[in-house]
Design a protein around this ligand. Structure first.
Ligand code: FES
Ligand SMILES: [Fe+2]
Length: 371
């Protein structure tokens, strides 16, 4: 009997993992001396760039009376709240001025902070580190620092092109991530005359191995129906093409395809915005096709089409999920999704007990499915 799982329902507080970097907003949307609203893990943020171009992220709530700080005035250095004019340093959130104080009043202004978040620009996105526990909105939450720098798209040469795609999806981060690692929807969702039809379904076998905080589809010759692969085979004339796909908590899928000196690398994230809403961001870097006219346009077109098909599917799925249906994960096609839930549970358990995380995979595993 094939194993059949009961619903994998997640409790709301385990939905969104703190203590990680998340992509907040595409960097090209954030200009100097300007403020933008953003939301991560149900935390409202104001994101901006100072006069020198350095990004910052603050909780979008004044510690005085909760006024959204993005409504304030920003001179490229300090942010002035629009309600009573309190001023804050945008990088550490420290209060600089309370206009209503008289000269004999001794309130320690410098002990008041608007919550600030570690913030970095990396590969076309502003990343924000969401610490645990999330700093309280009001009062004296001092800035925290991140244990590691923000994740990067892996690159294998000095010269490369970089592009991103982003799409909002009205489902929880878990459904977004399952969609990302689900091999069985390809022939049904991603049909196109120039791509593949559902008649191209065939049996596949892939090896997986545990890696820290995640799992890897071991290096293999990529499936003949992956887009960059088709293009790469066409242009690189390399005799060996290998691809490696990693999934790492909380939300990252990286795919690296190498063919001789040519490479294509992507880092896709599914970011929790609220518990019922996530966003997929694909950032790709490559050093191929530079001499082919319109090749990057073609690549972007193909990826945009894919992401749009996934987004549309999740929009429809959200309809069905409204009524809390029972769901199931089947072997082997949904095994990566099971690992994801197990990794998440193991991570939370390790945090709870303070012990090292117990990886759900004991060793390499071969999975088979038709897609
Ligand atoms: S609410 Fe911001 S200064 Fe009063
Ligand atoms: Fe898809």
């Amino acid at each position: 009997m094939p194993e059949l799982d009961s619903p994998q329902r997640q409790t709301p507080d385990s939905l969104m993992l703190t203590g990680f970097w998340y992509r907040a907003i595409p960097a090209d949307r954030v200009h100097r001396n300007q403020l933008h609203k953003a939301m991560l893990l149900e935390i409202p943020l104001v994101v901006g760039r100072d006069r020198a171009g350095h990004p910052f992220a603050l909780r979008d709530s004044c510690p005085h009376r909760g006024m959204p700080l993005h409504c304030g005035q920003f001179d490229g250095e300090e942010l002035e709240c629009s309600y009573h004019g309190w001023k804050f340093d945008v990088h550490d959130g420290q209060c600089q001025l309370i206009p209503s104080l008289t000269s004999d009043q001794k309130l320690r202004v410098d002990r008041i902070y608007a919550g600030s978040y570690p913030c970095e620009e990396q590969d076309g996105f502003i990343w924000v580190y969401v610490p645990e526990p999330a700093p309280a909105g009001a009062g004296v939450a001092k800035p925290t620092s991140a244990p590691d720098p923000a994740p990067q798209v892996q690159k294998f040469s000095d010269k490369y092109k970089l592009a991103y795609l982003t799409a909002d999806m009205p489902v929880s981060v878990d459904h977004g991530i399952i969609g990302l690692m689900d091999p069985a929807h390809g022939p049904f969702v991603h049909q196109a005359w120039w791509w593949r039809s559902r008649h191209s379904i065939h049996e596949k076998q892939k090896n997986f191995e545990p890696i820290p905080n995640g799992f890897r589809m071991s290096a293999h010759t990529p499936s003949s129906n992956s887009v960059p692969y088709k293009l790469l085979r066409l242009y690189s004339a390399a005799d060996s093409i290998t691809t490696t796909i990693d999934f790492v908590l909380p939300n990252m899928r990286s795919e690296i395809i190498r063919a001789g000196k040519y490479w294509f690398s992507s880092l896709t994230t599914v970011t929790p915005i609220t518990r019922n809403h996530c966003r997929i961001d694909v950032v790709a870097a490559w050093n191929i096709f530079n001499w082919v006219p319109f090749a990057s346009e073609l690549l972007k077109f193909v990826f945009a089409k894919f992401v749009e098909q996934d987004r549309r599917t999740m929009e429809l799925q959200a309809e069905g999920l409204k009524h809390n249906p029972h769901l199931m994960l089947i072997d082997d096609a949904d095994r990566p999704a099971k690992w994801y839930f197990q990794l998440k549970a193991a991570h939370l358990e390790a945090k709870r007990t303070g012990q090292e995380m117990k990886h759900p995979m004991a060793g390499p595993v071969t999975l088979k499915w038709r897609s």
